[in-house]
Ligand binder design. Structure first.
Ligand code: SIN
Ligand code: CO
Length: 385
């Protein structure tokens, strides 16, 4: 057993420690999407951030995305939260797991940990999930469609992995469980250890003791999702004129028949749907910066006036709220699903805000300050670094 170090405090590891001394360039070249990587002691002291009680408290919250997975006599059961403290306390000694997604939105250190993975673009980082399991607990052998970093927060877990191509799932199961799982490699993870797995890599984590796993998941839009969402974007933004007309219509004894000329005229109308690269860029910027559907912003209860805001910005700087997504593509900036109409002079500072998710204390010009003030009033950012 690892000794618990009561003096230790959690600090977000720097990039070097996070990747075990490897450069991100080498990580992407040799491991990303290619092969698993085990890094011992990459993120120590996570048990100081969230313990079992802390996670169970999150799982009871209305705004948390919680799941409970139980494995009873070869049967997998899943229930969705929020849960009550009483039902969580009544769980048996073995073979279950409670998982909470989006912990980055509920815990500031969780948010800092997720953002420590910004050696990948924010547009790819998805969320932080934290799970608790007593001995025997886990979610079964499965694969995910995204890359994942699995970090041991508390206790010990055995991770078994497989490079198998056979990804057939058990039928009629509420969880995605592999029909067959052939273990290639296995590791015991201790607190702080981190395992990277590429997408579609089969894995199975079984708790050996009371155990917590922190998973950094990546966003992998499907082609179907992109196409459907772009069609919705087009629907909202298309503006075509013209009305169907048939000055050459002639008498028909078959009124049930759609005239060929009408079908061809209507097809010509549909063919007027066109889009440019700029339309697709605009859609991509808005879509990727759109917060998840359950996310709502809390505007400040007693907002500072514009002059006080400016003084505090000068003295303390500001940072994006954990819920805010700010990205840029070409010369355009996108904040929480909206395109920002920014004067060209503002671009360097907006880029800095998007990259670092913060701006230091300083004297910023009127145009930027008033834009930031609007975002502050919406709850998109908070004063102080
Ligand atoms: C877990 O925390 O038990 C599941 C993480 C995963 O397999 O992706
Ligand atoms: Co998984």
């Amino acid at each position: 057993m690892t000794k618990r170090n009561h003096a230790a405090h959690f600090a977000v590891p720097d990039l070097k420690a996070l990747l075990g001394g490897m450069s991100p360039t080498r990580f992407f070249r040799e491991y990303w999407h290619k092969k698993p990587l085990m890094i011992r002691n990459a993120v120590p002291n996570l048990e100081q951030v969230l313990d079992r009680a802390g996670l169970m408290e999150l799982a009871c919250r209305e705004e948390a995305e919680g799941r409970m997975v139980r494995h009873v006599r070869d049967n997998w059961q899943v229930r969705h939260g929020p849960f009550t403290a009483a039902e969580l306390a009544a769980l048996p000694k073995r073979d279950w797991s409670v998982l909470v997604s989006g912990v980055n939105l509920l815990n500031p250190q969780g948010d800092a940990l997720l953002n420590a993975f910004n050696f990948a673009p924010y547009a790819r980082l998805d969320d932080l999930m934290v799970s608790f399991a007593p001995p025997g607990g886990g979610v079964g052998p499965h694969f995910d469609s995204y890359d994942v970093f699995l970090i041991q927060g508390l206790g010990r877990r055995r991770w078994e992995i497989s490079a198998q191509d056979d990804l057939e799932l058990i039928d009629d199961c509420p969880l995605r469980i592999l029909k067959r799982f052939r273990v290639d490699q296995s590791w015991e993870l201790e607190p702080g250890d981190m395992l990277y797995l590429p997408p579609q890599y089969a894995h199975n984590g079984v708790a050996l003791t009371d155990c917590m796993t922190w998973s950094i998941g990546f966003r992998t839009p499907t082609t179907q999702e992109m196409a459907t969402q772009f069609l919705i974007y087009l629907q909202d933004n298309l503006c075509l004129d013209g009305v169907y007309a048939d000055p050459d219509l002639s008498y028909s004894r078959h009124p049930g028949r759609i005239p060929d000329a009408m079908a061809s005229g209507l097809k010509d109308m549909i063919r007027k749907i066109r889009w440019t690269d700029a339309d697709m860029d605009d859609f991509i910027g808005r879509y990727l910066s759109e917060p998840k559907p359950h996310v709502f912003f809390d505007p400040p209860e007693r907002p500072a006036g514009a002059a006080v805001f400016r003084r505090r910005l000068q003295a303390k700087g500001l940072r994006l709220d954990a819920r805010s997504l700010m990205l840029y593509l070409g010369k355009f900036f996108y904040v929480n699903g909206e395109r920002v109409a920014a004067e060209p002079g503002l671009a360097p500072l907006l880029r800095q805000l998007a990259d670092r998710r913060a701006l230091p204390a300083g004297d910023y010009d009127e145009a930027l300050t008033s834009r930031l003030y609007d975002w502050y009033l919406n709850g998109y950012l908070v004063l102080g670094h």
